[in-house]
Design a protein around this ligand. Structure first.
Ligand SMILES: [Zn+2]
Length: 410
């Protein structure tokens, strides 16, 4: 590890240092405002800390990640109940409100890990049974994992830097070297099995100072919310600095000619090509597209082996929730030269063949050997489109009803 390496050495990055955004003044005023409205103090604290994490795109992408706090809440019958307040499905961490962290009875939630197996459906149903408020959103699929870790405040993110390191072929070796005191967990799909695997890993290393989940993310914890948050920031900073010592630019730089067709010319052709025949004349199922481009996207799209790369699938399995497993590659769209034809330079990806049935054989054709210019996200509905766009943010007023789930929440 080389923590003394100057920030900004990595090409294209001005500053790699992660900085704590904790502000004691903001903390005090946010927490007091909620307490004045009758919100449990621990829950108010967790709301502030969760927002700090969620508002940093390097830490939380598209709602991934979750947080929790263990506390005691008065039930409707007046009795005090030990609960886990854990992020609920459908809530954006960056603007979360206390009702986005539903209270789940702690002890019976911890007991669920004793099952030998539990389907996702049964786990969701059993977790819902343990909610203090039956109208609350579904607790995260990682709620049992939060429950079995014996710490008051727990932060979990799918931080870019951690998945970038652990997606490497020798990712485990890299994080073991970087975080020798942390618990390292192999990749397991989020859900009940992951909770069991993490339970065993924690029991084997109860003094671990955090948990790294390969190809998934990181957990930090503490009795103190600021400590848990700042430990997250410190570890991500270490991962960022380690990454900065790697290959600065894995893909060849973009070298596009200026006569690339704009997205507004390309999108209608793509919409036609990927629309699904519903069997109803003139009523195909169409998709909402969103055009995105950036220096990094262009580097990727212009890589010599882009056609191969888009068929390999996501390096981070959790990103399947945000994008399809694989993509299709179109040739570079030349301005005023877009044609509709029955040929394409490459066959559609297996995912596209499975999920779509073009209503026409429209494809874009460009010059032979040309390259694509950027990415068009496909969305099957407006709600899927919002998975590509910045998440829809819930209103801030605590009195509003909970959001309905947009997609599986981790
Ligand atoms: Zn996760």
């Amino acid at each position: 590890m080389n923590d003394s390496e100057p920030a900004g050495r990595r090409a294209g990055r001005k500053d790699i240092a992660m900085k704590s955004r904790w502000n004691d003044g903001d903390f005090a005023s946010v927490v007091q405002a909620y307490v004045d409205k009758g919100v449990n103090r621990d829950l108010a604290i967790r709301t502030y800390a969760t927002r700090l994490l969620g508002q940093d795109p390097e830490l939380v992408l598209h709602g991934g990640g979750n947080t929790s706090v263990k506390t005691v809440i008065a039930d409707r019958d007046g009795s005090d109940v030990e609960v886990l307040c854990v992020k609920g499905s459908g809530w954006d961490m960056g603007v979360i409100e206390p009702q986005g962290l539903p209270a789940v009875r702690l002890e019976p939630l911890q007991d669920l890990v004793k099952f030998d197996s539990l389907s996702d459906e049964d786990m969701v149903m059993l977790q819902r049974r343990l909610l203090l408020d039956p109208a609350a959103p579904n607790p995260s699929v990682e709620a049992i994992l939060h429950a079995i870790l014996p710490f008051k405040h727990i932060d979990h993110t799918h931080a870019n830097a951690i998945v970038s390191l652990t997606n490497q072929p020798h990712g485990e070796e890299l994080v073991r070297e970087l975080f020798p005191d942390s618990i390292i967990v192999p990749y397991v799909m989020p859900g009940f099995v992951l909770a069991k695997v993490c339970d065993e890993a924690f029991r084997a290393q109860p003094r671990g100072d955090g948990m790294i989940l390969l190809k998934h993310g990181i957990f930090t914890w503490s009795e103190d919310p600021r400590e848990a948050y700042e430990d997250m920031i410190a570890k991500i900073d270490m991962a960022e600095r380690r990454l900065a010592r790697g290959i600065a630019k894995p893909f060849k730089s973009a070298s596009l000619s200026r006569n690339v067709a704009p997205a507004s010319d390309i999108a209608p052709i793509l919409r036609g090509a990927i629309a699904i025949d519903t069997g109803l004349e003139g009523a195909p199922k169409r998709f909402v597209l969103e055009h995105r481009t950036s220096e990094k996207i262009l580097d990727f799209c212009n890589a010599d082996n882009a056609a191969d790369l888009v068929r390999r699938g996501n390096a981070t399995p959790e990103h399947v929730l945000i994008s399809s497993a694989t993509a299709s590659r179109c040739p570079r769209p030349i301005l005023k030269s877009l044609t509709i034809g029955r040929e394409t330079s490459e066959p559609p990806s297996p995912a596209m063949r499975r999920s779509t049935r073009p209503i026409s054989s429209a494809t874009m054709r460009g010059s032979a050997g040309s390259r694509p210019c950027s990415i068009l996200c496909r969305a099957s509905s407006m709600s899927r489109a919002s998975a590509c766009s910045p998440p829809v943010r819930p209103p801030r007023t605590p009195a509003l009803p909970p959001m309905s789930p947009r997609r599986p929440s981790t």
